[in-house]
Ligand binder design. Sequence first.
Ligand code: NAD
Ligand code: WQD
Length: 340
Amino acid sequence: MNILITGGAGYIGSHTCVAAYAAGHTMTILDDLSNSSPESLNRIETISGKRPRLVVGDIGDRSVVRSLLDSETFDAVIHFAGFKAVGESVAKPWEYYQNNIAGTLVLLDEMRKHGLYNLVFSSSATVYGNPDPKNLPLREDAPLAAVSPYGQTKLWLEDIMRAMAAADPNWHILLLRYFNPVGAHESGLMGEDPNGIPNNLMPYITQVAIGRLKELTIFGNDYPTRDGTCIRDYIHVCDLAEGHIAALRRVAELPGCTPVNLGSGNGVSVAELVTSFEKALGRPLPHRYGPRRPGDAAACYADASRALELFGWKTKRNADDMCRDAWNWQSKNPQGYHTK
Ligand code: NAD
Ligand code: WQD
């Protein structure tokens, strides 16, 4: 297939490009590089022996999207482009609504005007809000709620896509709800490269391990979980990338708009993840326990059975693999791509 990948220079997008080449697809990336480095394309080329065409532009810039879709015929779009930091979205809600919602509306409009109706969309487990423990593991029909402007953008975009697909039977949309993507390509050439001090657990851990940060604070050890720390469904970014390729194989056969969880189905606690990481590191990771982080759910993990049923896909890599590969990436690239 010939695929348009918006946001393809970013963390999940770049790993998906490698998986897409391995599956024999061709691709063009549309990315404004607002949160990524073109160095990721050099790394894709080193691993795959092929380099995607990069169009540097904004998904919300109609002239860019129109001329790209005029100039080339695509079989499907994988739409990663968007802002993704929960805390930043509270401080800058307008920027999140503008970039994620307004940008996606332009993309969707140009897609339908060009007869391009196959879409794989990056949604998020954030659409489940702060889940009621009785709904765990989370099935796709669990109640939805937004707990931040970022989460609101994903929920509204899902609603918009559901309504568009209900109104026009040409659409084939897969709403992929990712749980907690972590880890890096096993080569150590590609990985997560956040700006500033990371908010997410794994990049915080790797930056402590490399000495850029002093110690990890584990937010809360009095949750009603097996060891008192929060439980999440961590998913290796390469499993996630392969999940997109599995979704692409089915998108044209699945009419309408279908939400699908991409998670492992296993809950891992913060303390367990730290223990796995220490195994990869070969020494203790400096850490201490601190107060709970406001808004955190005690536990959040997927029922991953729909992805297996529809795509024949499930995760292959465990927490030890995630930690080994995250550390391999960080230790080989102490400052990330260092070219943003
Ligand atoms: P990322 O920031 O690494 O990648 C996003 C890419 O989109 C970046 O390369 C950025 O430059 C680009 N971009 C942003 N706005 C754009 C615009 N208007 N036009 C063109 N390009 C633009 O993030 P990621 O972790 O790879 O996430 C990819 C997608 O998956 C996002 O939509 C995110 O919300 C979603 N998601 C991520 C996670 C996670 O924890 N990483 C979890 C669930 C869902
Ligand atoms: C994981 C666990 C923290 C940092 C977020 C978004 C979600 C999705 C994935 C995009 C929690 C604990 C963290 C630290 C810690 N992204 N933690 N010390 O909050 O589950 O999900 O990323 O769609 O929408 O909300 O991920 O990595 O921030 O936290 O103890 O320094 O690690 O309390 O239990 P989260 P996270």
